[in-house]
Design a binder for this molecule. Structure first.
Ligand code: SF4
Ligand code: SF4
Length: 320
């Protein structure tokens, strides 16, 4: 795989500073039952990195100390981590909202038969990737058979109340473009998804988030291989909008890796660009129990244009 960080270091992206942390996003490791083409974490079944109970407890202590209202759990397939249910129940006991970045197919993995019921019982918000409403494109990007399994998983979640009006159980879907282009209008695509998935399968969801592909990891490397990296960067840079700077997720989210180290966002985590506090090379959650990050400078590089291009892109979808 081609390294993309050397291509992103020289940047004129505007300087950014943090606000108060409202979301702790924790990446519990890179084990996944899928190996998607666009995965920005290079997750897969052969990865072994997994958060320990000790680190999970450190993350929970940090969640409490930071006063953040949301724990956003990602991976890999976070549900495959042995600490997943501990993190969920303990964060809920602290009164936090919990989000699970779920790939849907994990519901059918051996040993995960009770997962959907567990998520519903703990009112976990599910954010799930479905990069198209057609089988062909989903299977091309995420693997053979993933589309059918994803539809079946949404059916199962709908039956528990997920995605249904008034249930309080949120099921949001995530779209990203197949190739080196910007996502289309989020509002229009959400309406198309709802109509087509509703008519074809009778399934429902709450919101659709459209995300731009980041020029890093597997996707970035593919761009390099195809000689498209510079063109894609020019597209992102040319579509940059200053008004998106206020809403980029790193202003209020902090990303924690499976060992408990902090980053300004998941993309920086994948690039190995740690959050910088007081000149330290890297900072652990346990270093931050008695101090906050407000006004701390954010580590930006050229990939940050992926967050501010066009309608903007964050883990909560379009910014504009
Ligand atoms: S399901 Fe998600 S974490 Fe797993 S390989 Fe695909 S994109 Fe990566
Ligand atoms: S890539 Fe990360 S650090 Fe850069 S703007 Fe986006 S969220 Fe912020």
């Amino acid at each position: 795989m081609h390294a993309t960080l050397p291509l992103l270091i020289d940047t004129d992206f505007p300087a950014l500073r943090r606000r108060k942390v409202d979301t702790v996003q924790v990446n519990v490791g890179y084990v996944c039952n899928q190996s998607c083409l666009h995965c920005h974490v290079n997750a897969g079944p052969t990865r072994t990195e997994s958060m320990s109970r000790e680190t999970a407890d450190h993350v929970l202590a940090y969640l409490r100390a930071s006063g953040a209202g949301t724990l956003d759990i990602t991976g890999g397939a976070p549900e495959l981590n042995a600490q997943f249910r501990h993190l969920v129940t303990q964060a809920r006991a602290l009164g936090a909202t919990v989000m699970d970045r779920c790939n849907l197919t994990v519901l059918f993995e051996p040993g995960q038969e009770s997962l959907a019921g567990f998520l519903a019982a703990n009112a976990v918000q599910i954010v799930a990737s479905l990069p198209c409403y057609t089988a062909e494109l989903v299977d091309k990007q995420r693997g053979q058979g993933v589309y059918d399994k994803s539809i079946e998983a949404i059916r199962r979640l709908n039956a528990l109340g997920y995605g249904r009006e008034g249930s309080g159980l949120a099921l949001d879907l995530v779209y990203n473009p197949q190739g080196p282009s910007l996502p289309p209008s989020q509002a229009k695509l959400e309406a198309d998804y709802k109509r087509i998935l509703g008519e074809k399968f009778g399934i429902a969801f709450n919101r659709l988030y459209t995300l731009a592909n980041m020029p890093i990891q597997r996707f970035g490397s593919t761009l390099v291989t195809k000689g498209q990296f510079n063109d894609y960067m020019a597209l992102l840079r040319g579509a940059h909008r200053d008004e998106n700077l206020d809403g980029v997720m790193c202003r209020s989210l902090v990303s924690v890796d499976w060992l408990g180290y902090l980053y300004d966002c998941d993309f920086n985590q994948m690039l190995g660009l740690p959050l910088r506090v007081a000149g330290r090379a890297r900072t652990h959650v346990t270093d931050m129990l008695a101090r906050d990050l407000e006004n701390n400078a954010i580590v930006v590089r050229d990939h940050c244009y992926g967050c501010t291009a066009g309608q903007g892109s964050s883990c909560g979808g379009a910014l504009a």
